[in-house]
Design a protein around this ligand. Structure first.
Ligand code: CAA
Length: 381
């Protein structure tokens, strides 16, 4: 299929978009403010998401899941991002943490992993450490082979859903003398002895998502839990992030769309000097600029999905989409607050939460500076 043809959503994708939008309207938007204010974990919403298969979208059809393509995954992320970025981040975590298994795992590992998601369980991707954020290759957690088991020791931080996940993908070093080439990826079940959940982060935004520190103290996993071979962990982590960044970009499009819709409602309902705000050319130009930004970003996401779905290299384009769409979403959210004026700064306004939620998108799944490194490496190669 050509790129132009792929821009047209199939009837299946249109149905999926409608289904996720209906879920968001019924189960996410009405409670988003509550979870933002309380910082509680939205378990009831997650249970509803599980009922319609949103926790296992990446599970291949042969393992009983939806086996969605990249564009369908992006549509889901966009719709969830339009409703609540915190809940979207939680649900998206199940895809992010699955990519390493789906790319490098054996069929037995895939079957076991996928069953967790099919059962409505949550999963986490445990890569980041205090000294290995942007410099992901500096992971200090170790996994030492002892008989038929690996023994894992170390600390991970800022782990999304870490306190609620039933299963983790953990990146650890099996050979500290080899640096990046000594990193390996493991499936680690949360119930294993020696796993402790540490500090729960109190965040500025995406407060419905759970972000914690995870400690591994002599955690024993069977050697069958190694994904692929020793030394393949960094590559699997990078491939994971390539795909995750597309979903991140799509989520940012959804948040921008929410900001645009809030502005449209606001300017159509507010008079200034006896004139509807929507009739002011100043406002019209601002709305047009926001609309251009949202459309451009959505097209960019569709383009990278096309590359992935047609089996082409998409690392550079995923980084471009992640950086551009999240930077743009930051701008769109800021414009929305400006248009609302002082009302936009108030907790009652629909745009205040968007403005706080969007900031992290420029930071997580690789800061937008890291995306520029990835882009430059690909261009200058
Ligand atoms: N696919 C396959 N292989 C890749 C790859 C990719 N996308 N990127 C790099 N590699 C390979 C390279 O080919 C190289 O292998 P060879 O030596 O065999 O050629 C090896 O990996 C090392 O590559 P680099 O030299 O480019 O690696 P680097 O150490 O310079 O890393 C970096 C560069 C891009 C900055 C990387 O460290 C990075 O992406 N950092 C950001 C980490 C990140 O995004 N963390 C987010 C955590 S998850 C999260 O935030 C989720 C959440 O909570 C919601």
């Amino acid at each position: 299929m050509s790129f132009m043809a792929s821009m047209e959503l199939t009837s299946e994708q249109q149905e999926l978009k409608k289904k996720v939008r209906a879920f968001v309207e019924e189960h996410v938007i009405p409670v988003a403010k509550y979870y933002d204010e309380t910082g509680e974990f939205p378990l009831p919403v997650i249970k509803e998401a599980a009922k319609i298969g949103l926790l296992c979208t990446v599970v291949p059809k042969e393992y009983g899941g939806l086996g969605v393509d990249a564009l369908s995954a992006a549509i889901i992320s966009e719709e969830l991002g339009r409703g609540c970025a915190g809940i979207a981040t939680t649900i998206g975590g199940n895809s992010l943490s699955s990519y390493a298994v789906l790319i490098g795992g054996s069929s037995e590992q895939k079957r076991k992993w996928c069953q967790y998601l099919l059962d409505g369980k949550l999963a986490s991707f445990a890569l980041t450490e205090p000294g290995a954020g942007s410099d992901a290759g500096s992971v200090q957690t170790t996994a030492v082979l002892d008989g038929n088991e690996y023994v894992i020791n170390g600390s991970k931080c800022f782990i999304t859903t870490g306190g609620y996940a039933s299963i983790y993908t953990v990146i650890a070093s099996t050979d500290t003398s080899k640096g990046v080439k000594g990193l390996s990826a493991f499936i680690v079940e949360a119930e294993r002895e020696g796993i402790f959940v540490g500090k729960h982060e109190n965040k500025m935004g995406i407060r419905a998502s759970n972000t914690v520190e995870l400690m591994f103290k002599n955690v024993r996993v069977p050697k069958e839990n190694l994904i692929g071979k020793e030394g393949e962990g960094f590559k699997l982590a990078m491939q994971t992030l390539d795909s995750g960044r597309i979903n991140q970009a799509a989520m940012a499009v959804g948040l921008s769309q929410a900001a645009l819709e809030a502005v449209v409602d606001f300017v159509n309902g507010q008079q200034r000097g006896g004139k509807l705000l929507a009739k002011s050319q100043y406002i019209q130009f601002k709305v047009a600029d926001m609309c251009m930004a949202v459309e451009t970003c959505r097209n960019m996401v569709y383009k990278v999905c096309y590359l992935k779905d047609s089996g082409q290299h998409f690392s550079k384009e995923a980084a471009i989409a992640k950086a551009y769409c999240t930077d743009t979403a930051m701008w769109v959210a800021s414009e929305a607050v400006d248009i609302f004026g002082i009302y936009g700064y108030m907790k009652d306004s629909p745009v205040e939460k968007l403005y706080r939620d969007v900031k992290v998108m420029q930071i997580y799944e690789g800061t937008n500076q890291v995306q520029r490194i990835v882009i430059a490496n690909n261009v200058l190669r």
